[in-house]
Design a protein around this ligand. Structure first.
Ligand code: ATP
Length: 269
């Protein structure tokens, strides 16, 4: 069959300004920016910059977005690998795909590798969870080998994301591997307002729309949820064929999203 390629691309267009809130995480990630922009400055004085950074936090808090923004700010290529896809799609070749990914990124250095859902391959080994076990272990072992195989001066930063840092194999967290951790939190009131503002940039809002008020009415919403809310409200306005999105559109869609998540919770019970 047709072999699937690792998603590689030129530097993304996303910038830190597109990531609302998450000030701590942005500050920590920004330290890598200098290095990616001018690795030679670090190499010539023998400074070793950390290669592996773990981004942890609930779904939809902007881990992928932040990784892309770092690549966009540094103007370096971004290699994206979804760990779950690696075991599902590349049966029997997970390890060699990992090797390919790292080789490509090294050739393109300075560059960024982003591994999504690290926990899906990176769970504690030997914890037996059904089929594909060996496959998963081989893929994980290859990731560990690649992390150990970096030369100090190689300008490849590996960011990995997880919302289950508690289940990760401790081998992943050893020095020289994913030894720096950055936590992204669900947004607080101010951050929710800032996220709404980012996603409303291209949306014509009626005068009765108060983003602060919407932020106050959406505790527990992630950045992804808020983005979805803005889009649902805009869709509702489009269905009515009106030229502005009103407070009513936001209220109705928020309620619908809340009902939907309540329903999912009931099903899970
Ligand atoms: P997952 O763990 O589910 O993969 P994630 O933490 O990687 O989630 P993203 O994929 O980065 O989350 O977020 C999804 C989308 O939600 C982003 O593309 C962005 O549009 C929006 N979003 C999330 N967080 C923010 C934020 N802090 N500022 C602006 N937009 C955000």
């Amino acid at each position: 069959g047709r072999s699937r390629k690792i998603e590689s691309q030129d530097a993304p267009k996303v910038r830190f300004a597109d990531v609302a809130g998450q000030d701590n995480a942005k500050r920590e990630v920004a330290e890598l920016l200098e290095f990616l922009r001018d690795p030679e400055r670090y190499r010539k004085v023998g400074a070793e910059v950390p290669h592996g950074i773990l981004l942890e936090g609930p779904p939809g808090t902007g881990k992928t977005l932040l990784a892309r923004a770092l690549a966009g700010e540094a103007q370096v290529p971004f290699f994206h690998m979804s760990a779950s896809e690696f075991i599902e799609v590349f049966v029997g070749v997970g390890a060699s795909r990992v090797r390919q990914l790292f080789d490509q990124a090294k050739k393109a250095a300075p560059s960024i590798i982003f591994i999504d859902e690290l926990d899906s391959v990176g769970r504690v080994r030997g914890a037996g969870f059904g089929g594909g076990h060996d496959e998963r272990e081989q893929t994980l072992n290859q990731i560990l080998a690649e992390m150990d195989g970096f030369e100090g001066h190689e300008a490849v930063v590996v960011l990995a994301a997880t919302n289950r840092p508690d289940v990760l194999d401790p081998a992943l967290l050893r020095p020289g591997r994913f030894d720096r951790h950055i936590t992204l939190e669900l947004p607080d009131l101010g951050a929710r307002e800032a996220i709404l503002r980012v996603h409303c940039q291209a949306v014509p809002l009626a005068d009765d729309v108060d983003l602060r008020k919407i932020a106050a009415g959406t505790p527990g919403f992630s950045g992804a949820d808020l983005k979805n809310l803005v889009n649902e409200a805009a869709m509702a306005a489009a269905r009515e064929d009106v030229s502005k999105v009103t407070a009513k559109h936001f209220d109705e869609m928020r309620d619908r999203i809340l009902m939907g998540s309540l329903r999912t919770m009931a099903i899970q019970d």
